[in-house]
Design a protein around this ligand. Structure first.
Ligand code: GSH
Length: 301
């Protein structure tokens, strides 16, 4: 018995010594390769990559936009779903120079592929990204007519706007609003209804009001949060039956309906106290994962 064990141990030693030697040689060669390759590495392109340590590849497109904007979200969704690496360039709300230098007017979102002319318009950007076979086949099925979805979103739109706009300018996390000037510009260009009459002025008339009047309206709706939240929470259960699955809103699969639906509703998660029905909460969570777009829940105010 003892003899057998000793023989087996010898055998194992015979087997393991060359393996150890091989592993050591391999490690040395690997180290040598690493050392030798350092000076010739391109600045951003490692010669080998440990999973999870990748940088954005050279030549990835740049998307210019705002975090609160549903137009920018559409583009981020397409890029995230397609797993296209991209550089997200947050534009400040009061930065006209950046978009004008790219497309000649103050607009976001804008996408710029290296060697190509930059262009705006969220749906054109989504189509370009989805059709890019370098990152696999197109994923988005056509959109469908969903009048019941449109009607439900319409019910939400007023309380969402009146709760949302005052929050955008108070949020500490939205990069486009990190200066007073950017917040003031947003208020000046985004009317809210007159608190007394409920009338919403045209953009021009609103911009012509004294600054205090505009600020008064934004402060009013901020202070009315509880009442507005009640209206919003009453309308939200109307979503029941509208979401086919957590991973796609319409029954035919992932489609332009999702581009529209998620991009419109992610902003709900910035509102503290919002009561998301289970189907909507599940959908937003799964779509957030699929698109690699964080919800704003942790930053809700
Ligand atoms: N049709 C365009 C509309 C984009 C749009 O209206 N963007 C807004 C920001 S959300 C904008 O750039 N407004 C002018 C400004 O910020 O001054 C699209 O789908 O991308």
């Amino acid at each position: 018995m003892v003899g057998k064990e000793a023989a087996s141990l010898r055998n194992r030693r015979r087997i393991s010594s060359p393996s150890l030697l091989g592993a050591a040689t391999g490690l040395c060669a690997f180290g040598l390769f690493l050392f030798a390759s350092q000076p010739v590495l391109p600045r951003n392109g490692p010669a080998f990559v440990v999973a999870g340590s990748e940088n954005i590849p050279n030549g990835a497109p740049r998307l210019f936009g705002y975090d609160h904007s549903h137009y920018t979200l559409r583009c981020r969704m397409a890029l995230g779903l397609k797993k296209t690496p991209y550089r997200m360039i947050w534009v400040a709300e009061d930065d006209a120079e950046t978009p004008i230098s790219l497309v000649g007017k103050k607009i976001t979102p804008i996408i710029e592929y290296p060697g190509e002319v930059a262009f705006a318009d969220s749906l054109k950007i989504v189509a370009r990204v989805d059709a890019d076979t370098a990152f696999g086949p197109a994923l988005l099925l056509p959109g469908t007519e969903r009048p019941e979805v449109d009607a439900w979103i319409k019910q939400l739109s007023k309380p969402m706007r009146n709760l949302g706009r005052p929050r955008y300018i108070r949020s500490a996390v939205l990069p486009e609003f990190r200066s007073r000037s950017s917040r003031e510009r947003f208020v000046t260009t985004h009317p809210l209804p007159d608190p007394k009459t409920g009338v919403t002025l045209s953009k021009e008339d609103w911009a012509a009001l004294p600054k205090e009047k505009r600020d008064e309206a934004y402060d009013h709706y901020w202070s009315q949060s509880d009442e507005l939240l009640e209206q919003l929470n009453l309308a939200l259960p109307g979503v029941e039956g509208l979401i086919a699955k957590d991973s796609h809103v319409s029954s035919h699969g992932l489609s332009y309906d999702d581009i529209s639906f998620f991009s419109r509703l992610r902003g709900l998660t910035l509102i503290k106290g919002v009561k998301l029905p289970a189907s909507l909460e599940g959908y937003l969570a799964v779509m957030s994962e699929m698109t690699d777009i964080p919800l704003l829940t942790q930053a809700a105010i």
